[in-house]
Write a protein that binds this ligand. Structure first.
Ligand SMILES: Cc1cc2nc3c(=O)[nH]c(=O)nc-3n(C[C@H](O)[C@H](O)[C@H](O)COP(=O)(O)O)c2cc1C
Length: 170
């Protein structure tokens, strides 16, 4: 898939079908994470692969905005080190890498950020020094995604030319 097409067609999905994602596709998603750049090449992030109904259910219970992850085929918890001021930028980059690598193989994904931190740390043995930055759930989408459209502002409302407030003309 062309990179631009991937960006243009990817939606965040919260409903997944029952089919298993092959391990080779999972591996390519993890590889995409590994290959993504971090500030100063620190590679401070760590990833927890979560598979199996019981563990996904536990992950859903430990979230306050991601109950849907219980139905995902697998999930990846992204941990970053807050001692680096750019750690959240790194998290955003790796999230997009993994989501696009997945979508390239027809695998949809969604993320959540709101958690019951104490519970999640205990249930997944996450050390205190790492920030639990986000979790992505993956799976084949349930049903067709063709009915859903992106809801985005037009460029004219987002982009200025030269200085803030200057209209950009095409
Ligand atoms: C920083 C960030 C945090 C998000 N947190 C959640 C979340 O906690 N739960 C959730 O279901 N979706 C979450 N989302 C998904 C957004 O709701 C989604 O990206 C947005 O609605 C656009 O979706 P679309 O690309 O399908 O149009 C989050 C997205 C981002 C970028």
């Amino acid at each position: 898939m062309d990179v631009f097409d991937g960006i243009a067609t990817k939606l965040d999905v919260r409903q997944f079908g029952p089919q298993d994602v092959p391990s080779e596709v999972k591996q390519s998603i993890l590889e995409a994470a590994r290959l993504t750049g971090t500030g100063l090449n620190t590679q401070h992030w760590r990833f927890i692969m979560v598979e199996g109904k019981d563990r996904l259910k536990k992950l859903a219970e430990d979230s306050t905005s991601g109950a849907w992850v219980a139905e995902a085929n697998f999930a990846i918890i992204v941990l970053t080190n807050p001692k680096y001021k750019f750690h959240m930028i790194d998290a955003g980059r790796v999230l997009q890498s993994m989501q696009l690598a997945a979508w390239n193989r027809g695998v949809a994904s969604g993320l959540f950020t709101d958690i019951k931190e104490e519970n999640l740390r205990n249930d997944f043995a996450i050390p205190q020094e790492l920030n639990i930055t986000l979790t992505v759930g993956f799976g084949y989408p349930a049903g067709k995604l063709t009915g859903r459209k992106k809801d985005r502002m037009p460029l004219g409302e987002l982009v200025y030319y030269g200085k803030y407030g200057n209209q950009m003309t095409a």
